[in-house]
Structures are given as structure tokens and as C-alpha cells.
Ligand binder design. Structure first.
Ligand code: NDP
Length: 445
């Protein structure tokens, strides 16, 4: 038995050397639920937390494919099947050169608690490859994804493991993978989510993470009698999550002023309106260009190699990648008037940044609560596939909205500390209990 957070973390670090993002994600959870575990010692006696930080299964494989010049390239493929206590493994695939086992384990661990919070019956998993889709032709992306799925298909299925998209995996990649899965398995099932509308996809799935994050932030603002109306909003990233966050911020009367990609950020103090958003969608989803082109077109500021957290804003929605806000940047955000940080990305704030938010008692939602809308609608896509029917966009949007309200209520239930709501603690305890109790019910698993 471990008698402190530090001794527990020593064990995690010894067993998982060098996996710094995984250590970070586990520490954030363990630190915030430690007191709860002391008050409920049966979890520690049954070693539930120790079991939860060990994935049920890790699959690693070779992905050989041929580029347009006829040369053979070799990438790494992974699927981390983390926890199936409450349902089939569920979580996205990430294609990015930075992908390694530690990053996928951090994402898979977060996913277990996130999926539990959605109220839907989904376990947690994550996968992907160090393949870089940037600069590749459609043909190269297809060659790679077909090879990737040729191995992955033997490990997944509608009742086993249902992958979805993440960084570098959007509608195009899911389409190629679904096509290959179907050829190899000779079955049409809902094994992947984020599918095209004509072949089993759900309405509102592309919008779900961004919309869900803004719904969640709005619930947080409501606890202080506030709303998005008139708020200046800083957003990072310019992919799926960032784009639909902008759309929903505009719906609710806010003014988005920044976007970024891995090369830099744009600052448009006049506001990114619907016409400018349409330009970004065409630029990023069709032309696959760089965000600098926005500044060239609209004559606003572009800052190469920088992140947008120095601009004046009331709300920040980090929606690019992990560890994109450090402690110093969190301080600057707050000095500049930011009262709410709601994470669209997974673990975009470092532990130091989280401590700054908590010290200043601003509204802060960790991604596992605020970005759970994407996987929630993926869960709804799985239900529609099983029932072989499709719900309308109004129906799906309403369910999404209600799920985000339920997640917020869970955070309030477990995270209230006097007048302050500690969403980190609320989300971690709320997500943990359901998984932990299910594991206890199922024996030594
Ligand atoms: P996309 O691939 O659509 O977009 C990612 C965006 O983030 C791009 O603008 C990309 O810029 C930028 N980015 C990626 N890596 C880096 C980096 N290392 N440094 C700076 N910028 C970077 O991905 P999504 O929008 O789907 O995902 C964004 C975040 O949201 C991720 O953390 C993901 O895990 C999380 N998330 C996504 C969900 C979904 O449903 N899609 C669900 C829940 C969470 P560039 O093009 O230059 O690489």
C-alpha cells in the first residue's frame, strides 16, 4: 500500500520510465483524488488505482507503405486498450510525428475517466502512429492508412474496441480506414466513429468537441451569473476542435480573436466572424494550408513560432495539443483579464499552469470534462449504428448539450469546496468512482 502521492508516483515512474506525459496525467489525477481515497480505503486495499494505471493491453506494430516516389516507408502503429470495465475500449487515433507510447498512454488514461463522465457505456483506449500527414498526397495518406488498418483490424470490433479521430485523423482518414476494415473483415459495422454521413456517421459528430467545450464553458460562466455575450475569446489550434468552438462562441454572442497552428498564431482584434471561419475551414480542411494565410488575407497580425496566450481575452479555449500553456502564460492570461479556461485539447495546461488557475480561483475545466462532447457523440454514433437508424441534428445536439450539463453537474457534486468549484477534483473523482466500482464488481480484473 502507498502512503503518499509521492510514493505512488515513484512506483508509476519506475514501472513506466521516460513516459513524462503519462506521469503528468497520472499525477494530476492521483493528487486530486488522494484525500477521497483516504476516506474510502477499500479502493486502495483492492489496489484499484494501481490496476487503473496499467493498460489492459498494448499493441505495437510495424506499418510499411509506399510513397508517391515508389519508396518504402516504415512507421510505428499503436493501440493502447486501457480499460474496459464499463464498455468496449473507445478513443481516438492520432497521426503526428510526436506520437510515442507515453503520449498514447497519457491520452488513454485520460480517456478512461472522460468516457466514464459522459454517462455512456464506453471503456477507454487510444492509438495512432508517428506518421505525419502534413505534406502527403491523398494517395500517400490512403496507402499508409490501409497498411495501418491491415494490422489494427484484428484487434478491434464494434463490441471490442471502437477507434475515432484525433490530431491528424479527420473524415478523410476515417473513410480510408473504414473502407479497408470492411474489405478485410467482410462486415459493415460501427467499428469506427466519425464516419461519413452516407455510411453510418452521426450528424453533429464533427461539431461535437468544439460545441461541447463551449457548452461546458457556458455552464461554468453561469455559476457566476455570467455568459459568453460580449466576451473576447482566445482560441489555439485551427483544426476540428478550434473551428467548431469558434462557430458556437459566435452563436452565443462571443468574439473569437485568435487561431494558431504549429507554425504560429493570428490575432484579429476585429473578431473572427462566420465568413472568416468559412475561409479557415476551406484553408485547413480542403487546401490543407497554413494559418498565416489568414493574416495575409485579412491584414491582421501573425506571430511566427508563438502561442496566443499574450493577447487580451476573457475566455481561453486551448484547442491544439498537450502542454501548450505553461505557468508563465497562465499568469499572463489572468493578468490580462481571463476569467475562464476551458480545455478543448487534451492536457493543454501544464501542472504549473493548473496551479496558477486554482490559486486565482478562476473557472477552469480540465479537458477530460470539457472536451468529452466528442466521444459522447461518438457513443451516440455507436448506438445509432447498433439500432441501424439516424437521429436528426437537433436530437443529437440536444443530447450533447444535456450530457455536457450532466458532466458539469458531476464536477459540481464532487468538486465543490465552499464557494469554489474545483473542476479538476470534481472530474477526477466523478470519473473514477464509476470505473473503480465496476472493477470491484468484476473481481480481480
Ligand atoms: P486537428 O488535427 O484537426 O487540429 C490540430 C490543430 O492543433 C492544428 O491546428 C495543429 O496545427 C495544431 N497542433 C497540433 N500539434 C501541435 C503542436 N505540437 N504544436 C502546436 N500546434 C499543434 O486535431 P483536433 O482539432 O481533432 O484536436 C485538437 C486537440 O483536441 C487535441 O489535443 C485532441 O486530442 C483534442 N481532442 C479532439 C477531439 C476530437 O473529437 N477531434 C476530442 C477530444 C479532444 P498543425 O496543422 O500545424 O499541426
Amino acid at each position: 500500500m502507498y502512503n503518499s502521492v509521492e510514493s505512488f508516483m515513484d512506483m508509476v515512474k519506475t514501472k513506466n520510465p521516460g513516459e513524462v506525459e503519462f506521469h503528468q496525467a497520472v499525477f494530476e489525477v492521483v493528487e486530486s483524488i488522494w484525500d477521497f481515497l483516504q476516506d474510502n480505503p477499500h479502493y486502495m486495499q483492492a489496489k484499484v488505482l494501481e490496476r487503473m494505471v496499467e493498460p489492459e493491453r498494448v499493441i505495437m506494430f510495424r506499418v510499411p507503405w509506399r510513397n508517391d516516389r515508389g519508396e518504402i516507408e516504415i512507421n510505428k502503429g499503436y493501440r493502447v486498450e486501457f480499460n474496459s470495465a464499463i464498455g468496449p475500449y473507445k478513443g481516438g487515433l492520432r497521426f503526428h510525428p510526436s506520437v510515442n507510447l507515453g503520449i498514447l498512454k497519457f491520452l488513454g488514461f485520460e480517456q478512461v475517466l472522460k468516457n466514464s463522465l459522459t454517462t455512456l457505456p464506453m471503456g477507454g483506449g487510444k492509438g495512432g502512429s508517428n506518421f505525419d500527414p502534413k505534406g502527403k498526397s491523398d494517395n500517400e495518406v490512403m496507402s499508409f492508412t490501409q497498411s495501418f488498418m491491415t494490422e489494427l483490424q484484428r484487434h478491434i470490433g464494434p463490441n471490442t474496441d471502437v477507434p475515432a479521430g484525433d490530431i491528424g485523423v479527420g473524415g478523410r482518414e476515417i473513410g480510408f480506414m473504414f473502407g479497408q476494415y470492411k474489405r478485410l473483415r467482410n462486415e459493415f459495422t460501427g467499428t469506427l466513429t466519425g464516419k461519413g454521413l452516407n455510411w453510418g456517421g452521426s450528424l453533429i459528430r464533427p461539431e461535437a468537441t468544439g460545441y461541447g467545450n463551449v457548452y461546458f464553458a457556458n455552464e461554468m460562466l453561469k455559476t457566476r451569473g455570467d455568459s459568453f455575450k460580449g466576451k473576447t475569446v482566445a482560441i489555439s489550434g485551427s483544426g476540428n476542435v478550434a473551428q467548431y468552438s469558434i462557430e458556437k462562441v459566435l452563436d452565443l454572442g462571443g468574439k473569437p480573436v485568435t487561431l494558431s497552428d504549429s507554425s504560429g498564431y493570428i490575432y484579429d482584434p476585429a473578431g473572427i466572424d462566420r465568413d472568416k471561419l468559412a475561409f479557415v475551414m476551406e484553408l485547413k480542411n480542403v487546401k490543407r494550408g497554413r494559418i498565416k494565410e489568414y493574416a495575409d488575407k485579412y491584414g491582421c497580425e501573425y506571430h511566427a513560432g508563438k502561442r496566443p496566450w499574450g493577447v487580451k481575452c476573457n475566455v481561453a479555449l486551448p484547442s491544439a495539443t498537450q502542454n501548450e500553456i505553461n505557468g508563465e502564460e497562465a499568469d499572463i492570461l489572468i493578468k490580462n483579464g481571463c476569467i475562464c479556461v476551458s480545455e478543448g485539447a487534451n492536457m493543454p495546461s501544464t501542472l504549473e499552469a493548473i496551479n496558477v488557475y486554482l490559486k486565482h480561483k478562476i473557472l477552469y475545466a480540465p479537458g477530460k470534462a470539457s472536451n468529452a462532447g466528442g466521444v459522447a457523440v461518438s457513443g451516440l454514433e455507436m448506438s445509432q449504428n447498433s439500432l441501424r437508424l439516424s437521429w436528426t441534428s437537433e436530437e443529437v445536439d440536444e443530447r450533447l448539450h444535456n450530457i455536457m450539463k450532466d458532466i458539469h453537474a458531476t464536477c459540481v457534486k464532487y468538486g465543490t469546496e465552499g464557494k469554489f468549484i474545483n473542476y479538476v477534483k470534481g472530474a477526477n473523482i466523478g470519473g473514477f468512482i464509476k470505473v473503480a466500482d465496476s472493477m470491484l464488481d468484476q473481481g480481480v480484473v
